[in-house]
Design a protein around this ligand. Structure first.
Ligand code: C2E
Ligand code: CA
Ligand code: CA
Ligand code: CA
Length: 272
């Protein structure tokens, strides 16, 4: 232990100290990365039952000069804890809406939708709705082609406020999707009240859908639940024909996963 001023004992732990230093370095890097436009979006196709691309999910990537291409799992949590998720989210929304406007100007990709992931801190912020409106207006993107992906835990923290925010954007045509469905609170009473358009079956259920009867039952239940609530349903993380066939036979109409395409630059997405 090392004395730190009067009456204060600070237990010095080199490993903790190193972790704290790495975190603040990363925080500074994220801040700088936002200013230097190092964040970009990759897009993963969402296909219908006929295998046609209906649109894409935007997934953020960080093209860092030294760290290389950094996946979101390595910076989103810290961005959330430090409030940097707001400027980062604004950048993501802007880039996604810009791409949406581009796709809707070309006949081959007209009508495609873009899904954008929204994290809890971002959604809860008072500037969230204005931020979405600004992205739409400055890019001229069609609000009816924008989908926002939210999670259960985010929505259920303050259901009333979530509903109000969703309604404001919904009145403009913006759609809402419940991401990672089945992994959260799954409160069916709330689910019924939320103004949603779509459920996304989490990839953890899709992975073993052919071998684990519990996962198969959960996936089929989500499809049935979505349909009875009048919602679309998308299966995530579809990697094999077997998974695809099973889900298709059980009523799922939209798919996303490596079987149909890995996330990549917008230019890599093929119409049709
Ligand atoms: P998510 O929204 O559930 O996105 C799906 C993740 O699964 C993506 O990982 C995607 O690359 C991956 N994936 C897609 N198809 C397959 C497949 O067939 N098999 C497997 N094993 N994985 C597949 P990624 O891009 O690393 O993103 C991870 C998470 O980071 C996302 O999970 C999302 O929660 C978050 N995220 C990504 N972009 C953003 C963003 O712009 N804003 C915020 N707030 N969060 C983001
Ligand atoms: Ca998502
Ligand atoms: Ca997901
Ligand atoms: Ca499982």
């Amino acid at each position: 232990a090392k004395a730190q001023g009067r009456n204060t004992l600070c237990f010095f732990d080199p490993a903790m100290q190193a972790a704290a230093t790495a975190r603040s370095a990363l925080e500074g890097d994220i801040r700088q990365g936002i200013q230097r436009n190092e964040f970009l979006l990759h897009y993963q196709p969402v296909v219908n039952a006929a295998g046609q691309t209906m649109g894409a999910e935007a997934l953020v990537r960080w093209q860092h000069p030294q760290r290389g291409m950094v996946p979101p799992g390595q910076f989103i949590p810290l961005a959330e804890q430090t409030g940097l998720i707001l400027p980062l989210g604004q950048r993501v929304l802007h880039l996604a809406c810009e791409q949406l406007a581009r796709w809707n100007r070309e006949s081959a990709t007209k009508g495609w939708t873009v899904a954008v992931n929204v994290s809890a801190q971002e959604f809860r912020h008072t500037e969230f709705v204005p931020q979405v409106l600004q992205a739409l207006y400055t890019t001229g993107a069609d609000p009816a082609r924008l989908k926002l992906e939210l999670t259960e835990s985010l929505l259920l923290t303050d259901v009333e406020e979530s509903i109000v925010k969703m309604q404001v954007l919904r009145n403009l045509g913006v759609g809402f999707s419940l991401d990672d469905f089945g992994t959260g609170y799954s409160s069916l009473a709330y689910l019924k009240r939320l103004p949603l358009d779509q459920l996304k079956i989490d990839q953890s259920f899709v992975r073993d859908v052919l071998t684990d009867p519990n996962d198969a039952a959960i996936a089929c239940t989500i499809v049935a639940l979505a349909h009875s609530l009048g919602l679309d349903v998308v299966a995530e993380g579809v990697e094999t024909e077997g998974q695809h066939d099973f889900l298709l036979r059980n009523g799922c109409q939209q798919f996303q996963g490596y079987l149909f395409g890995r996330p990549g630059p917008a230019e890599a997405l093929q119409p049709g």
